[in-house]
Design a protein around this ligand. Structure first.
Ligand SMILES: [Cu+2]
Length: 185
């Protein structure tokens, strides 16, 4: 898969203080593997490359006890929102540091319990979405944010989204850069 982090880091220098704090919380090893921050408030947007229209999302499942580990980066139940510009390429680095199996997927906002939303853009970390990632494992997937609308970044293991393991993900034709907000949409 394409790995453009080094160029993204060079370009992100103009992206502002928030981006710099992101870099301070994450690092890349010489083998190109990525050390995710494990703080409950680790930033979800880890790098942005505006010329390439690509963004990397570091989704860390299960770091916080605030919702019994059913969270991403400390957020759950729609209490945070990622907004992405329409048409950008999105890489999701999904890491499970919880006790249970977890995964990452982009789903619609159909909240029919207990299975939750249906996977969109074929964007999911696991071939078998119901199996999930074992604790302390990770997987990466990429998709194009090709349809505007309101979605969720969720864990699609049955029952987990229903427990609150989701945040908002908005694809907007009006957004010029990816943004993160600690509030619901
Ligand atoms: Cu889960």
């Amino acid at each position: 898969m394409p790995h453009t982090r080094s160029t993204a880091k060079a370009r992100i220098a103009s992206f502002g203080i928030a981006a710099l704090s992101v870099l301070a919380l994450s690092s890349c090893n010489p083998d190109n593997s990525h050390s995710l921050a494990t703080s409950p408030t680790a930033p979800l947007i880890s790098s942005v490359d505006p010329p390439a229209k690509s963004v990397v999302i570091d989704a860390v499942g299960g770091p916080s006890q605030a919702n019994n580990g059913f969270d991403f980066n400390g957020y759950f139940g729609g209490d945070a929102t990622i907004t992405l510009p329409l048409g950008w390429q999105v890489t999701v680095e999904c890491k499970n540091i919880g006790i249970l199996h977890h995964n990452c997927a982009i789903v619609n906002t159909d909240t029919s319990s207990p299975l939750g939303g249906r996977i969109q853009f074929n964007a999911v970390s696991n071939t078998d979405p119901t199996a999930g990632l074992q604790p302390n494992t990770s997987a990466t997937f990429t998709f194009t944010a090709s349809r505007a609308g309101n979605y969720r970044l969720a864990c699609v293991i049955p029952g987990h989204e229903d427990e609150g393991m989701w945040i908002n993900l908005v694809i907007s034709p009006n957004a010029t850069l990816p943004t993160f907000s600690k509030v619901g949409k």
